[in-house]
Design a protein around this ligand. Structure first.
Ligand code: PMP
Length: 437
């Protein structure tokens, strides 16, 4: 079929009409990258797409077929705003692995945990309110926070996660400036993008600091069951049932295409959250929820998670080995015990965003660090995702990246700041479009 010509539209005829809240909505560095990084010749260490090769597709096809045959009219109908009751009970069982005693009545099934992030922000944030977030932080959360005109104040981490003293200092200085902090957004386990995990000993302290300061905690935990040694850490929510909203997801432990995640809220918050969910989409998709629910009740999902862990561990090892063998001196990186990401820090003066076009020309992609901060910080860092490519491709990607880096460092040593400009003007460099640059 031939598609009709798509008419162009004048950008400037809309500019004056957008709501103020759209000003913070700009394309994330990851989004802009997907088009380039998905070319087959590029080794993409950029996007964090779960690797679904280990899923038993035949068994899942049977689950889908049985669902349609046995419960099609329910699965294809509207459902309750809070989500499928059986699924919410199963979610409570999963959360029990992290020490959480949640009640299905306090669980809200959402369209991925991304929607839960949106709903929580929607019900708590007025323009100008402050959200504390780790620095760096998940780019998708920063996008949500910007769209509600929140001010994000980053709190530093070390290799044990969020630093309690730094949190205290940040709270004091925001309060001294007269601004109101609504919540702390944290990813305690196998952090995206930092690849670190909050030390178990720090958890009660962080919970206490927030409780004493009257600041809610938004605990985002999509990777918690993907610890490489099978270790499962106590959720912050298990330490405080009243002051923590916990977010979970089936995107990494099953498949992101179903778009099923959840929020476990304190009982008093549950009602507002459900109303916000209802306003957003009436109800989460019944079909997806029932698929996930049947998958959990009929398939060996714990074994499946073990298979995922083994697959990601192999890739993590390939990444760390390649980094330690190939990176030039002066580059450092985190050593994740689970999840998908390694955070790389370059020697001072190097700019990961400026280097990216050259990396893509060398057929490797990563995400520059600035995308994970709301304040322009992060230029000397970047995120590598090892979840998707094969170990061989990962090694090749790291090798290409190391070559680009070495060239950049040598030129810098020889010519200082002129070096980057010299590289950019070299003939044959394929400079990507404005989104990427
Ligand atoms: N939080 C974090 C930290 C993530 O990395 C992601 C996905 N990359 C999400 C939330 C959203 O996941 P989903 O909506 O697929 O559940």
């Amino acid at each position: 079929m031939e598609l009709p010509q798509r008419p162009g539209s004048r950008l400037d005829s809309y500019v004056d009409r957008y709501a103020a809240r759209t000003r913070g909505m700009t394309a994330s560095e990851i989004r802009a990258l997907f088009a380039v990084a998905s070319r087959p010749e590029v080794v993409s260490l950029a996007g964090g797409m779960p690797n679904l090769a280990a899923l038993p597709m035949d068994s899942i096809a049977t689950v889908a077929e049985e669902l349609v045959r046995e419960s099609g009219t329910v699965a294809m109908q509207y459902g309750g705003a809070q989500g499928d009751e059986t699924l919410r009970e199963q979610i409570c069982e999963i959360m029990r692995l992290e020490g959480i005693e949640g009640h299905p009545d306090d669980v809200i099934a959402t369209v991925g945990s991304q929607q839960a992030l949106d709903l929580v922000t929607r019900i708590f944030i007025d323009p100008g309110d402050v959200i504390l977030a780790e620095g760096p932080s998940y780019v998708g959360a920063l996008g949500v926070f910007a769209s509600y005109q929140a001010q994000v104040v980053h709190v530093a981490m070390d290799d044990q996660g969020l630093v309690p003293d730094t949190l205290r200092t940040a709270i004091a200085s925001v309060k001294a400036s007269g601004r109101r902090i609504k919540f702390l957004y944290t990813i305690p386990n196998f952090h995206n993008p930092a690849g670190v995990t909050m030390a178990v000993e720090r958890r009660p302290e962080i919970v206490e600091i927030c409780r004493d300061a009257g600041i809610l905690i938004l605990e985002d935990n999509p990777y918690g069951l993907l610890g490489f040694q099978g270790e499962i850490y106590p959720a912050l929510r298990s330490l405080d049932t009243e002051n923590v909203i916990y977010l979970g997801s089936f995107s990494k432990t099953f498949a992101p295409g179903f778009r099923v995640g959840w929020a476990l809220a304190p009982h008093a918050v549950r009602e507002k959250l459900t109303l916000a969910a209802e306003a957003a989409d009436l109800c989460p998709p019944a079909f997806s929820q029932m698929m996930v629910s049947r998958y959990l009740s009929t398939q060996p999902w714990r074994e499946q998670i073990k298979a995922f862990r083994a697959m990601y561990l192999e890739r993590r090892d390939a990444t760390l080995t390649a980094l330690s063998e190939l990176m030039p001196a002066g580059v450092t990186w985190t050593k994740p015990d689970g999840g998908f990401y390694v955070w790389v820090t370059l020697p001072p003066g190097l700019d990961s965003k400026a280097m990216l076009p050259r990396a893509v020309t060398a057929r490797v992609a990563y995400v520059p660090g600035t995308g994970f901060y709301s304040d322009g910080f992060g230029a000397s860092s970047l995120r590598l995702s090892y979840c998707y490519p094969t170990p061989e491709r990962i090694r090749e990607g790291v090798r290409r990246f190391a070559d680009v880096l070495r060239e950049e460092m040598e030129l810098r040593a020889a010519f200082g700041h002129e070096a980057s400009r010299a590289l950019e003007s070299r003939e044959g460099v394929d400079t990507p479009g404005p989104d990427l640059a």
